[in-house]
Design a protein around this ligand. Sequence first.
Ligand code: ATP
Ligand code: MG
Length: 566
Amino acid sequence: MSEEIRTEEKESLNFIEKIIEDDLANGRVPNNTIVTRFPPEPNGYLHIGHIKSICLNFGLAQKYNGICHLRLDDTNPAKEDMEYIDSIKSDIRWLGFDWGEHEYYASDYYDKLHEIAIDLIRKGLAYVDSQTPEQVKENRGTLTTPGKNSPDRDRSIEENLRLFKEMGEGKYPEGKYLLRAKLDMASPNINMRDPALYRIKFAEHPRTGNKWCVYPMYDFTHPISDAIEGITHSICTLEFEDHRPAYDWACSIDGIEHTPHQYEFARLNINYFVMSKRKLLNLVNLGIVSGWDDPRMPTISGIRRRGYSPESMKDFVSRVGVAKVESVVDYSLMEFCVREDLNKRAKRVMAVLDPIKLVIDNYPEDQVEYFEIENNPEDPMAGKRTMPFTKELYIEREDFMEVPPKGYHRLYIGNEIRLKTAYYVTATSCEKDADGNVTVVHCTYDPESRGGETADGRKVKGTSHWVSAKYAISGEVRLYDKLFKTEYPGGETGNYLDDLNPDSLIVVNDAKLEPSVADSKPGDYLQFIRSGYFTPDYDSTPDHMVFNRTVTLKDSWAKQKAKMGL
Ligand code: ATP
Ligand code: MG
């Protein structure tokens, strides 16, 4: 490898990769094997932001021949659930990552953490505080004023041991006592002002049941879990930067042998989305969406149901990159990545979302012809299929106008168009219902134009897609738009619910689709010619197929890029 290429590669590394390469090169990594972890709290479904963290942690392990653990950070039994644990695992697998045997739970370490806590008490480094939660808060001080020592700070070791034991035996109600580390109430870092180690909580834990009624706090559990698992690079988002001193303190407790290091990167934010689990849970609980996997949700299960591919999401987060500066990524960049990927893999099919009937008056009554169509012009390996053509067809309502405006090249009386890959047809008349809506268009076809080419080489400007009325299947089509109508939901009023987009879901009840789509199933990538990318929804039954629109074909990001001269 030439020196030049090497430098270039080095420069394209993100800051965490640089740290890792430096650590590896200087023998700072035990066994020369990096160990990362993805540590979700099972209190909700994973969202697109988590994809960034998953790709980073699992991606680094892959790149440097290391290991990535999945650790369920289950220290808050009141909010956690097995359903969430299962969904987290299935979402990570969908992205194509595998933690192998390295599936861990913070609750695996409860015994160990409890021992460490008792040890700290024995050494006079932790105490039981009887202040009320309000007093604890009050006496913690602020960013500009130091905190005040708790009156219990000098409680004797014996009494601390007894009280902590009794807390664990369920003798006291929640909030009565707190076990705190004795650090420094005057520290400029609030997280170092005697952080809480254990609190009383009477809640059944998804894994440990009712064994415990004291639970360890995040700032105590997380670093020690990392240390126990031999994590070398503990990567988290920037809001934990202020917690790093507390992290390092916990890792320096006597008896903790391995010292992991914490590194922070900027979380992924996308405009038009809310992405905190608390807000997402609220949308579910209020019934604003149908569930965590509603296709409008920015959850992994939502976008999967909507038809996003894992490859497109990995591409998206790699384009966003890993940095230390907070930013908001444009929604259209994400959609751009989805389109780029689906364009390569989606099977093109004909679907008429707002049908009107087209009758070819000079076409033989019972004749059926089969036209061969490429499944994907972008991918010759995708093969071909046939579509039945009959006297009565459906075309889009917008493809016919009784009184065409100037420049309209689709069907109007006297005008000729091409029916995609089939024949040229000329409209002759139309029928209307009592309200004046066109119900049927009559036309004649040119039998010499089979396959979409005319004998005399004449050209037409309009092409319509179509499906055979006799063979079409009817389906429900769900058209999605952004769940919020403003770039920063709640930015003006402080309540994101004020900015819900009332048109985020439009249901088309009676779309007409070519018969081949009957074989498709959720997770298949389809392009409905002219109206976007779609995938079958799991609400489909054999008699009633339902499709989700993944994304439209229009590409506003490309336009924006062109404008910016990229
Ligand atoms: P939220 O704040 O959205 O509710 P969280 O941070 O509480 O999420 P966790 O389950 O604790 O969610 O997160 C697991 C991991 O994913 C953490 O390391 C966290 O830093 C990371 N993570 C969470 N949100 C994002 C995001 N938007 N971008 C990148 N990483 C994220
Ligand atoms: Mg969290």
